[in-house]
Design a binder for this molecule. Structure first.
Ligand SMILES: [Zn+2]
Length: 368
């Protein structure tokens, strides 16, 4: 099946829309005070994330609190882990944290040590496969989930997809668990994620992978076993992993897998070369931009359009950058979609899943 896929699509990297948007964003970031404030907010949030995760874990595991404190501390552990995933690991692995690549990789290593996922594989899966080939069938691994689910109209229909709007939610909960156990390993064996090459790590990358996994298993499973029965540790690990997983999967799906987003095949891109920036904006939507709690918790990923255009800019700037992108999109006739609330984005994702699960192939795919 892989052999049937065409060569990697390429985009037109220019265009007036991105030229004007970049110019305006550079103007906004030209102020040293603005840049410093954005970094300070990013670092302050990271301190909260680390303090919450380590503090909750220390109070929950070695300190063995009274029973009524357990759910509160566990909730702290869950929120701390979500903050690490969205506000530290994601930014750092994009290189948005520091100027030096090594420092970004070091902080991005929180993926291995605190989330149980390989940061080395994440950078291929997320930075390359997803960010370069957003919503391109077979190339963007996030949106290519066949034969489990059909997320784009261009994928082949199957009878069970009729029910995907119902069964997909528990599968979202298993996503992190899969990556923590067999996901990374099987991707290394395959040597690819989507159609992007994944080379076997060596040197520092290999050490980071092995040591990171060992640290994760130690704090998440081994140490808690000294203080709690095995079934309580297992239940805690599963709940933590599943909650973080649902929040991560749903956040990314609400940005790309909705009625308003474009979905394309590599053949379509070969036939009609698309302007990269327009492709990114039209395959992505923002949601609930006026919800400060959500924006803070999700590392600005409710401003996913801005993230896709400027992944190396700290997420604390996205709300201001959104005004610039929106203004230029209007000026250049680029479709820019915002769901005003989390609820409307969720409804759009649900309706998209149900509609795509039931439809036949688009006429041009069937014919060609
Ligand atoms: Zn990203």
């Amino acid at each position: 099946m892989d052999a049937a896929l065409p060569a990697k699509p390429s985009f037109d990297s220019g265009g007036e829309f991105i030229r004007d948007t970049r110019r305006d964003v550079e103007r906004y970031l030209a102020s040293a005070r603005t840049r410093r404030l954005g970094k300070l907010r990013l670092y302050a949030k990271s301190i909260v994330a680390f303090a919450l995760l380590f503090g909750s874990w220390a109070a929950l595991v070695p300190a063995r609190p009274s029973v009524w404190l357990v759910p509160i501390l566990f909730a702290g552990l869950v929120v701390g882990t979500i903050l690490i995933a969205f506000c530290v690991m994601h930014d750092a692995n994009h290189g948005a944290y520091f100027r030096k690549r090594r420092l970004n990789h070091l902080l991005g290593w929180t993926a291995d040590s605190l989330l149980g996922l390989s940061s080395y594989a994440w950078r291929v899966k997320h930075n390359v496969a997803h960010h370069t080939y957003t919503n391109v069938d077979g190339f963007d691994a996030d949106i290519t989930q066949v034969p489990v689910a059909r997320l784009m109209p261009v994928q082949q229909p199957r009878p069970w997809y009729r029910f995907q709007h119902l069964y997909i939610w528990p599968l979202y909960a298993l996503m992190a668990l899969r990556w923590q156990t067999i996901g990374d390993v099987s991707a290394f064996f395959r040597g690819s994620i989507g159609r992007s090459a994944l080379r076997l790590p060596g040197g520092w990358d290999l050490s980071g992978l092995v040591v990171g996994k060992a640290i994760f298993v130690t704090w998440a499973i081994v140490v808690p076993m000294f203080f709690y029965p095995w079934w309580a540790v297992l239940a805690g690990y599963l709940v933590l992993s599943m909650v973080v997983s649902v929040v991560m999967a749903v956040t990314f799906q609400l940005a790309h897998c909705v009625e308003e987003a474009d979905f394309v095949t590599a053949e379509q891109l070969t036939g009609r070369k698309r302007v990269w920036a327009v492709h990114e904006v039209e395959t992505t939507v923002d949601f609930s931009p006026r919800n400060p709690v959500l924006t803070w918790m999700l590392g600005g990923l409710n401003y996913q359009i801005e993230h896709h255009l400027f992944p190396r800019v700290a997420h604390t700037h996205y709300a201001r950058i959104a005004e610039i992108v929106q203004r230029n999109a209007r000026r250049h006739g680029v479709r820019y979609v915002v769901h005003g609330s989390l609820r409307s984005a969720l409804r759009s994702h649900y309706r998209h899943l149900r509609a795509v699960g039931r439809m036949g192939l688009p006429v041009e795919i069937e014919a060609g």
